[in-house]
Design a protein around this ligand. Sequence first.
Ligand code: ADP
Length: 474
Amino acid sequence: MFLKHMMPDLFKTIAFRLTLWYAGIFSVSSCVAFALFYFLATQTLQEQIDRDLLEKARYFSTVIQRNGIMGASKLAIIEAQAAGEKKIFFRLLYPSGEVFASSHMSYWKDISVDHGALNTLSQTKGHVFKTWLIKPNDQKVRVLYSFVAVNVILQTGVAMDFQSQFMSAFKTVFMVAMGFIIIFSAASGLFLSKKALSGVKAITGTANSISGTNLEKRVPETGNQDELDLLAVTFNRMLDRIEELVKSIREMSDNIAHDLKSPITRIRGFAEIALVNMDDIDNYRGMAANTIEESDRLLDMINTMLVISKAEAGEGEFLYKPMNLSAMVQEACELFVPVAEDKCIDFTYEVADHVQINADSKMLQRAFSNLLDNALKYTNDKGRVHVDLRKDLDGFIDIRVADTGPGIDSVYFEKIFERFYRAESSRTSPGTGLGLSFARTIAREHKGNLVVASQLGKGTVFSMRLPYRNTQII
Ligand code: ADP
């Protein structure tokens, strides 16, 4: 059943259809070639017969000049007997059509004098050819009317036996040759199409052998740059992308599972402690408070994930309104001052006044807070963090958050913006790995971007650039 499903119906295969086409085209062109050959051959033979008949007429004309009508009458009988009375005949007539001498005519009795031909002959004074068909054998006869003396017309006809003989010989040759041509063209069509389609077979084979766990197989590339090679290259590229996607989905689900495990384990721990100390009402209160806190963290994480996914799918629900960006940045910085003070970080900010923008203020505030939170989180005690907001000359607003933290290796410059990515060294600090991914999504949603510049051991600068006019949104 499976095999039947996998093997395409023979009649539907391209190889079969190509074979049919090859055989069809070969046969039709051979038929045309044969027909052309037949036509030319019969034409040439007929021309030869016409020449022979004209020669005879000339001969009769010479004989009449030398020996008169009687000589010509005798000649008619002798010539017909010599060639065979079923092969040729001669009639001598007056222009009126009256026959005055002829060869032995019992075989040719069906062939009469064609008065139409005589009329044409009288007008042209040259010669007229006609082709007759004698029943019942449908034998063709070529007939010539020609003046051989003043007022004497020769009607002579010759059986065109050659044509039927040629036709039957030709039929045999044609049948045998066509048989060979059909077999040869089908075989070569099958061979060529199989050869041409072997690349497609390789691709189908690879596609069949690929499963969810086995994505590393690739189709051999010939490097010929032909259509099949390009198909193989495209197919391999597609596999590369799918492999990457599956890998990142796997990584992401591992990360989600890992990040959900810790808070749920903690919630379970609180419940266990409360169960052990059942009499202590304060314990219950503590457990409830901790559970709410952990649940909020979980909900926050899930909501952030949803915002990112929806925005990436173009289904983000954003509320754009004119807002004072300067005030928002200023207030957020003020909120983080105590955190900086706790770590004795030299925290400074420089914000250009009255920068207005059309944006979703809540989302933008969360995105900016993530950057500030990271800078203060990853910078060691007594380090420096500086924020500035300014309008660039190219029509963009630039919000820069610079720190003197550990810095980021340039190989991770793109990775850090992936969902759930956290550097090994950062795993000891709290976080979900969603902050930068969220911030970049929000910046891009506002037709801007978030980029990083960093030097290991020296520090990092995150720059959120937003179009000042923001025309797409307004
Ligand atoms: P989280 O901070 O929750 O781990 P983020 O998405 O905000 O997640 O950041 C991703 C990773 O980028 C962090 O784990 C950290 O390794 C790195 N990172 C972010 N900000 C900084 C920074 N200011 N300095 C050094 N590394 C940073």
